[in-house]
Design a protein around this ligand. Structure first.
Ligand SMILES: *Cc1c(COP(=O)(O)O)cnc(C)c1O
Length: 368
């Protein structure tokens, strides 16, 4: 049996090789290295897809998130509400700016931040909310925005896994004050290295974001504030511009393969995550909650099928955040999910027959 990888970028990159090499050649001949035309055009093109007025390219999704927090003025002494069920960077950026992450447990169906328990966690110190659209499924932005408006605090969307996902028909990223995306190679839109972007409709914030990523510079040798070097490379932008027009087709393919998984796994003990009403997910990952998860994973490995555990540990229990006093039991739903989740192979170019084989192997594991 041929092995089935968890992730494979070759089907996406192979047909674009000559276009990418051409983009490289043009950038090379123009001698454009930093903040050139490709960055400007990519920022406009990407922001446009989200319905936001402005985009600011960053060196990574992490940098975009950190600068977004700085741009809205979060700093030492502040609290930021976020989810315990995400990639490390979501909480790390809160700590980078000197603030404290306050973890709000997730909805057990979608594994997105549960807006119904936000009120219990808010205090005078709460200065922002940082929800994640986990695995490409939008969080309940209606409830989160209502809450944020009532408390006069900004929502920073971590849309790093959710390019082109929609909530009630509107693309994510422009639903809160600032939306941040990652172009890490395995994300739904990925570069050939690191990259990220922040999008916003706020004309004042966009100036601040541009300054923060570029040494605090207002004019040459005039540094208005203590900015950073977190710019998106011109070369990455040129390559991302080649890939961007294909994102719609890749997303459709992810959704088609996810629907096939759902059909094949219907009624099985391994349950795909729920899709909330109003959410159009883009399936960065296809994740099930599986009884005897580790044994299922071994069974798949023996059948030549790779799988992934996202995430094995909730953020409030990560050693890096031990200083904030998180303990087992603080976020029970997230903790339970970490023991049950398994992500199955899913990427544009994965053959349907591979999905059928993976689903059959899952069913086979649970056969009495
Ligand atoms: C990938 C990711 C990030 C960080 O993006 P990088 O580009 O790798 O820095 C942040 N949050 C989430 C949810 C992610 O998946």
């Amino acid at each position: 049996m041929n092995p089935i990888p968890f992730m494979n970028l070759t089907p996406v990159h192979e047909p674009l090789e000559s276009a990418c090499v051409e983009a490289f050649r043009q950038t090379y001949r123009k001698n454009e290295y930093i903040l050139g035309e490709a960055v400007k055009l990519f920022e406009e093109e990407f922001a446009h897809r989200t319905g936001a007025a402005h985009g600011v390219g960053f060196s990574s999704g992490t940098a975009a998130l950190e600068m977004a927090l700085r741009a809205v003025g979060v700093g030492p002494g502040d609290d930021v509400l976020t989810t315990p069920y995400s990639f490390f960077a979501t909480a790390a950026v809160i700590v980078y700016v000197g603030a404290r992450p306050v973890f709000v447990d997730v909805d057990p169906g979608t594994l997105n931040m549960n807006p119904r328990i936000l009120e219990k966690t808010v205090t005078q110190k709460t200065k922002a909310i940082l929800p994640v659209h986990i695995f490409g499924q939008p969080a309940d932005m209606t409830a989160l925005n209502d809450f944020a408006r009532a408390h006069k605090i900004p929502v920073i969307e971590d849309a790093c896994q959710a390019h082109d996902a929609r909530w009630r028909g509107q693309p994510v990223g422009a639903l809160g004050r600032i939306g941040c995306f990652s172009f890490y190679p395995t994300k739904n839109l990925g570069g050939f290295g690191d990259g990220g972007i922040a999008v916003t409709n706020d004309g004042d914030l966009v100036e601040r974001l541009r300054r923060l990523r570029n040494c605090g510079r207002r004019a040459q040798y005039e540094h208005l504030e203590l900015g950073y070097n977190e710019r998106l490379d011109n070369l990455q932008a040129a390559l991302l511009r080649v890939k961007l027009p294909h994102l719609t087709a890749w997303t459709q393919e992810r959704c088609r393969l996810a629907a096939l998984y759902r059909r094949e796994l219907a009624d099985g003990p391994a349950r795909p995550l729920a899709v909330a009403e109003g959410a159009d997910p883009v399936y960065h990952l296809f994740t099930v909650r599986a009884p005897r998860r580790d044994a299922l994973r071994d069974h798949l490995t023996a059948a030549g099928i790779q799988s992934g555990i996202f995430y094995p540990t909730p953020l409030h229990l990560q050693p890096a955040f031990a200083g904030f006093g998180g303990k087992p039991g603080d976020c029970l739903e997230a903790e339970r999910a970490c023991l049950e989740v398994l992500s199955l192979p899913l990427y544009p170019g994965l053959p349907e027959k591979s999905v059928l084989r993976v689903a059959a192997a899952v069913r086979d594991f649970y056969r009495p």
